[in-house]
Design a protein around this ligand. Structure first.
Ligand code: C2O
Ligand code: CU
Ligand code: CU
Length: 482
């Protein structure tokens, strides 16, 4: 029978059962897989020395530079490669990267102006790129089976027709997504738009993306994958442990992303309100002051913090329930002509729904390794689960059936942003406002979401965004048909 310990290591056990045969010997291969194969937890003894908080400065991920902008398309070339990064002070850690940086280069796109990125896979195993939250043709969606073989490249076309939003790109190669994202295949993709610019929100150097995630290191400073995700005890902001970030006494926009494979952050700034202005799909109708901000894996929140309320020398700690995440040090004064208007952007009104669907998450725990299920079956790329008529508006009720062992899940749908209608078994969550692409679903509860499936046809997936779960099969296919 299944014990609690085993359940907590669900990710690892599941990964071991379903991983494809090893296709390379990159650092990604070595650890996780050896651990999976032998069914043994990676050693967590002889841990890397604990990091003293606030000893390193938080970097801002580099901004990707286009290689060509003629003909109205911003063209980028980014390599997918293994390298080492200084995450812990003075230690080189093997990582997988987009473009060589542990948090990949930020692509800054403009609404209405297409971006084309050619990703070249320099790893010894396959990889790919999914632009999370984006409205893109199926051929550029980074479908789990559309992988880039070692030594090959693939071109992705992003039309950027949706409104301004904080998106992110990450690996989605079938069965490997959890390990690949954990080892560093993640980066920001920001769509800016003119309507947003007119609002005069903080911008330029005062618009800072922050990827929050966790990690577990062994005594040699290697990332440990597998085992219990809850053991990942080092919290990183833009790839550094509990850093400090010097700021001017003025307003900043921070684009917060939970880039973990499996964790919920509950953030606070010691009672100082964070003004949330945007969520997954872009601006909220109006700013919302938050003293606590909950972000599940893959969820985003753009917040404005006004540091002009504090004297120079003030230090403000952004903390999770597990401890400090990041410290803002108010070190200088600066001019500030930015503002946070009372009204940001109205939500689109969706037509009445013509189709209702039911989706349920659960684990099959009867075998040796847990298998992730959607509506009772594990992901099969050859099977189509839902046929959706292009242009249709639908209501999906997503139920988390894992009540026996209280396993939380998150729901994510490709292609479109949705609106949360309501929840059963739980009051609305604070993060249910605005345009969403990922929502938490607590055990024994259901959430109803409404979406319109416009423009593109083809096969897209929807899945649990705890990536150890999707890697174990908790994913399904919808085919959009003309
Ligand atoms: Cu963030 Cu299907 O992905
Ligand atoms: Cu996605
Ligand atoms: Cu799940």
């Amino acid at each position: 029978m299944l014990n609690r310990r085993r359940l907590l290591t669900l990710g690892a056990a599941a990964g071991g059962a379903v991983l494809l045969p090893s296709v390379g010997s990159s650092p990604a291969g070595a650890h996780g897989r050896a651990a999976h194969v032998h069914g043994v937890r990676p050693a967590t003894t002889g841990r890397a020395a604990a990091v003293t908080p606030f000893t390193v400065r938080m970097p801002v991920p580099p901004v990707a530079q286009p290689v060509d902008t003629a003909s109205g398309v911003d063209v980028y070339r980014i390599g997918i490669r293994s390298t080492t990064a200084e995450i812990l002070p003075g230690v080189r850690t093997p990582v997988l990267t987009y473009g060589g940086s542990f948090v990949g280069p930020t692509i800054r796109a403009r609404k209405g102006r297409p971006v084309r990125v050619t990703f070249g896979n320099q790893l010894a195993e396959h990889a790919n790129v999914h632009l999370h939250g984006a409205h893109v043709p199926a051929s550029s969606d980074g479908h789990p089976m559309d992988v880039i073989a070692p030594g090959q490249a693939r071109q992705y076309d992003y039309p950027n027709t949706q409104q301004g939003a904080t998106l992110w790109y990450h690996d989605h190669s079938h069965h490997l997504e959890a390990e690949h994202v954990y080892r560093g295949l993640h980066g920001f993709y920001v769509i800016e738009d003119d309507d947003e610019r007119l609002l005069a929100l903080p911008s330029g150097g005062y618009d800072v993306p922050i990827l929050l995630r966790d990690a577990l290191f062994d005594a040699n400073g290697q990332l440990v994958f597998g085992g219990n995700p809850a053991d990942r005890d080092v919290i990183l902001a833009n790839g550094r442990p509990q850093p400090y970030f010097p700021v001017a006494a003025r307003k900043y926009r921070f684009r917060l992303l939970n880039g973990t494979t499996e964790r919920v952050f509950t953030l606070n700034l010691g009672g100082v309100p964070l003004t949330q202005i945007a969520t997954d799909g872009g601006l909220l109708p109006a700013p919302i002051p938050r003293t606590e901000l909950e972000l599940g894996s893959a969820e985003r929140a753009d917040v404005v913090i006004d540091f002009s309320r504090f004297p120079l020398g003030t230090q403000l700690v952004l903390a999770d329930t597990t401890g400090p995440v990041l410290r803002f040090d108010v070190v200088r004064s600066a001019e500030d002509t930015s503002r946070v208007p009372d009204r940001l952007r109205a939500l689109p009104t969706l037509p009445p729904a013509t189709v209702n669907r039911e989706v349920s998450f659960s684990f099959d725990l009867s075998g040796q390794a847990p298998i992730g299920l959607m509506n009772g079956v594990p992901y099969d790329p050859a099977r189509n689960d839902f046929t959706v008529k292009r242009g249709a508006t639908e209501i999906w009720r997503i139920y988390n059936a894992d009540t026996e062992f209280s396993i939380p899940h998150t729901f994510h749908m490709h292609l479109t942003q949705f609106q949360v209608l309501d929840r059963e078994g739980l009051p609305a969550m604070q993060q249910d406002v605005g345009l969403k692409d990922t929502v938490q679903v607590a055990p024994g509860t259901a959430v109803r979401v409404k979406a319109t499936f416009t423009e593109y046809t083809g096969r897209y997936v929807y899945h649990c965004h705890f990536l150890e779960h999707s890697s174990a099969g908790m994913m399904a296919t919808m085919e959009i048909v003309p």
